[in-house]
Design a protein around this ligand. Structure first.
Ligand code: NAP
Ligand code: G4F
Length: 343
């Protein structure tokens, strides 16, 4: 029998790469999709015939119980979230509900369907659970790089909700013996990244400027430092975490630090333009509380999961610019992206 996985957030960047990866490993892959959302119009449109779908929403407990009961998965990957950090200051309660309480609801669905009322040895049997935790939890971190032992100081309602999701995952592991892991992933990008995130906002703008469709690129804090990797690499780590003998918490990143300014320079250089002629710093895009510096210490993950990133940051930025140069030619398909790029 093939192993069966249920992915929440399958229409997102990570969901699309994870679905592809699990299919390549021979899994039967199910995606939780919301309401009238149509997977055929999303990032996974090419995969639709190889996937199965079940309706559900992280805001709706009963829908999650039904979904888990119907699919009877071996592994659940909880990637669903409102993932754009600035949105969390505008809709803090909603983001807390989806990104925080949504994790509890999914854990409860697994617990109910598995009939878990008392501790059991979850490492031997039962549904394995992956929670998409975030380096945003480290926030104003007391040390750099950040490891599994670094304390949390989240700086946004998004980060606070992810801290709740992390600890409730750990708590269900400790309370019920569930095989529940928290993957603390640092920023990861790709040509499928949402256009509101800074790397994609830059790659899309560079492509549009190069092709004569845009004049300027408005950005916020150019000094922010991130550890950016390739999303296709990071989904391999998610899967590896669920194959370990014991469940745990893992930090995944590249260990390399770059500023937003570096990203801009690499992207404009790639098409032979000087970024200073195009980039405008817009104070409205600076966040109420910024995470200034994030960098992963991946010693534990690289040793125990045998995992390494394969794409460097300059390669990643160039990959995204090349892809957007192809895509911008088909501008009519990108009306929504261009709107989002005004963030
Ligand atoms: P993304 O592209 O924004 O995708 C988010 C997904 O969540 C979409 O499929 C969306 O579905 C779904 N979703 C939103 N609200 C939902 C709800 N109420 N119920 C069920 N599903 C819902 O995000 P991503 O970059 O792939 O990230 C995946 C996960 O990793 C997220 O939890 C994110 O917070 C976390 N994370 C990401 C990074 C990163 O750098 N990418 C780093 C650390 C952690 P619709 O299509 O229906 O809107
Ligand atoms: O690309 P960003 O919006 O990503 P951010 O906020 O780091 O969050 C992403 O990574 C997290 C993991 O650390 C995930 F949990 C989360 O879901 C998401 O995937 O912003 C990166 C940096 C920030 O410091 C921001 O202030 O870029 C800076 N920045 C400067 N100008 C900008 C802009 N960010 C955006 N989105 N747009 C700008 O114009």
């Amino acid at each position: 029998m093939p192993r069966r996985a249920l992915i929440t957030g399958i229409t997102g960047q990570d969901g699309s790469y994870l679905a592809e990866y699990l299919l390549s490993l021979g899994y039967e892959v199910w995606g939780l999709v919301r309401g009238q959302a149509n997977p055929r119009q999303s990032r996974i449109s090419r995969l639709v015939s190889d996937l199965s779908f079940v309706y559900g929403d992280l805001m709706d407990q009963a829908s999650l119980v039904s979904a888990v009961d119907k699919v009877q998965p071996d592994e659940v990957y909880n990637l669903g979230a409102i993932s754009f950090v600035p949105m969390s200051w505008q809709q803090a309660e909603l983001v807390t509900e989806v990104n925080g309480m949504g994790v509890l609801r999914m854990l409860e669905a697994i617990r109910m369907v598995s009939g878990l009322t008392a501790p059991h040895r979850g490492t031997e049997a039962g549904i394995r659970f992956y929670q998409a935790s975030s380096s945003e939890m480290f926030g104003k971190a007391a040390e750099t790089p950040q490891s599994e032992n670094t304390g949390f100081h989240p700086r946004s309602p998004y980060g606070v909700a992810k801290v709740y999701g992390h600890f409730i995952t750990k708590n269900y592991r400790e309370s019920f013996g569930m095989y529940a892991v928290s993957g603390m992933l640092f920023n990861h990008e790709s040509p499928r990244r949402g256009a509101e995130f800074v790397t994609r906002k830059i790659s899309l703008a560079v492509a549009r400027i190069k092709l004569g469709h845009q004049d300027k690129l408005h950005l916020g804090n150019l000094d922010a430092v991130r550890d950016w990797g390739f999303a296709g690499d990071y989904v391999r780590a998610m899967h590896a975490m669920l194959q370990q003998e014991e469940p745990g918490d893992w930090v995944i990143g590249t260990g390399a630090m770059h500023t937003v300014r570096d990203a801009v320079e690499i992207a404009f250089d790639h098409v032979g333009l000087d970024w200073l002629d195009y980039v405008v710093v817009d104070p409205d895009l600076v966040r109420p509380a910024e995470v200034e510096i994030l960098c992963a210490d991946i010693k534990r993950a690289s040793a125990a999961l045998n995992w390494q990133p394969t794409v460097t940051f300059p390669e990643l930025m160039r990959m995204m610019v090349d892809s957007d140069i192809q895509q911008v030619g088909r501008e009519h398909e990108f009306g929504d992206l261009l709107l989002a790029a005004n963030w």
